[in-house]
Write a protein that binds this ligand. Structure first.
Ligand SMILES: [Zn+2]
Ligand SMILES: [Zn+2]
Length: 451
């Protein structure tokens, strides 16, 4: 049995868990579809020719699985015709897989982000099923798919299509595996960790990503260059980028992708497209290089990638990941909690606030503890104002193509975002509120009132 049926003629998914099958606009849809199926059955029309297929697990696996409908104890049921299709649904999630899901949620939470596992997101007439969906900064959503050794030898099918669909619908796909062969497919930005037992994955110690995250080397194609010219044997005098493998810890990857500080990259060579993750700053520089390779793309931000060598065994202290991520990134010393420092660590890649802009009114008001409770709404309004300023700076950046203008505006954005984030952190801490909730509220209010 399955809950989702694909009607091949009507070209809609029917969700059997809903009274109206998810299509309130078509009254009596169930009676019509069920009646038709019964009639086909009475006329001995083969199930495979009755327009109904599994629209869930089987369809995602790229399998056409014919189904028929029945009523059991007043419940609507869709039944696979073939036993092997039914079995596809009952594959239990392995302990390792579960451990990864939990680890992703925990790592995200430590960074101030929230998520959920086995999430079904409706998109139009269809939906996207995500292993673990993390709600990142500024409405960014990262959809984690974990494919481990226990999966079939062929690996997941139609990865490219599934990743593209997620992307189109605002979910950044993040596929993780412990298999070398999957990691070498170029259908999405695969990351890989070593094959580990569930109890190690579940622990809070270091879990290393061994491939899939890269740093971009930018270099001048002259006689002194280390790399060969990608366009031929001679030196062309242009600037090129070369991706270099780089270590990152899995928890940092989770948090940084949620913060938008690590992004998926498509890197094109003459005959191949490589897909991997890199810092947002590297990605920006790469885009600059694509538009002009006569000069070295400028470093627009203080690039501090969260990765570094670590010799911590996977059994280290529980607080280690938080501590290490805070030390590796330019957080400000006044950040009060590990949770908020985790978030800010990945979002604020610029100089520390005290070296940039003077404190704003909002910040100084928010800095001190022990204010009266009735000052709440006023303070919240200040947060919204700061967030609106950051949004405006971000919008302005999108319209700019000139490099210098962009750099200037990026600086403005960085400062505005820093101010807004720091104020949110202080407010949440002083009021004893969940930082994520405050951020969501503030961002929602800022969006609604944006000029
Ligand atoms: Zn199925
Ligand atoms: Zn060259």
């Amino acid at each position: 049995m399955a809950n989702i049926v694909w009607h091949t003629k009507l070209r809609i998914h029917l969700d059997l868990t809903l009274d109206d099958l998810g299509h309130g606009e078509h009254e009596g849809l169930w009676d019509m579809v069920y009646g038709m199926d019964r009639m086909y059955a009475a006329r001995a029309v083969p199930v495979a020719e009755r327009d109904l297929q599994c629209g869930g697990v089987c369809q995602e696996a790229g399998v056409v699985a014919p189904m028929y409908l029945r009523m059991r104890n007043e419940r609507r049921e869709a039944v696979h015709e073939r036993r092997e299709d039914e079995d596809r649904h009952t594959v239990t999630i392995s302990d390792e897989h579960k451990a990864y899901q939990e680890r992703i949620l925990r790592a995200a939470e430590a960074g101030g982000f929230r998520g959920d596992s086995e999430v079904r997101t409706r998109v139009g007439r269809s939906w996207i099923q995500t292993d673990t969906l993390i709600e990142g900064a500024d409405g960014l959503r990262v959809g984690w798919e974990v494919q481990l050794s226990t999966a079939g030898i062929d690996g997941p099918r139609s990865v490219r299509a599934r990743a593209a669909k997620a992307q189109r619908n605002g979910i950044t796909p993040a596929w993780h595996t412990d298999r070398n062969d999957y990691a070498h497919r170029h259908d999405t930005q695969w990351t890989r960790s070593n094959n580990l037992p569930a109890h190690v994955i579940a622990k809070t110690g270091d879990l290393r990503v061994v491939s899939g995250f890269r740093k971009l080397d930018f270099w001048h194609c002259d006689l002194h260059a280390d790399h060969p010219c990608p366009y031929g044997v001679r030196r062309c005098g242009k600037f090129h980028a070369t991706p270099v493998p780089k270590d990152i810890l899995f928890d940092d990857l989770v948090r940084n992708t949620a913060a938008g500080a690590v992004v998926p990259v498509q890197f094109r060579t003459l005959n191949k497209t490589h897909r991997f993750w890199a810092t947002c700053a590297d990605h920006d520089r790469y885009n600059d290089l694509l538009s002009n390779d006569d000069q070295l793309p400028a470093v627009t931000e203080d690039v501090r990638t969260p990765s570094r060598a670590s010799h911590n065994p996977p059994t280290c202290r529980p607080d280690l990941t938080i501590t290490s991520s805070a030390t590796a990134t330019p957080t400000t010393p006044q950040m009060p909690t590990p949770t908020s420092s985790g978030l800010l660590a990945v979002q604020l890649t610029g100089p520390a606030p005290e070296t940039t802009a003077p404190q704003t009114i909002g910040e100084s008001v928010l800095a001190g503890p022990g204010r009266s409770a009735d000052a709440g709404p006023e303070l919240l309004e200040t947060l919204v104002e700061l967030q609106r300023a950051a949004n405006a700076a971000r919008n302005a950046l999108q319209g700019l193509s000139d490099r210098q203008e962009r750099e200037r505006q990026q600086h403005v954005l960085l400062e505005a975002a820093q101010r807004a984030q720091a104020a949110i952190t202080r407010y949440a801490t002083s009021q004893g509120l969940n930082r994520f909730d405050v951020q969501q509220t503030v961002q929602g209010a800022a969006r609604d009132t944006q000029a």
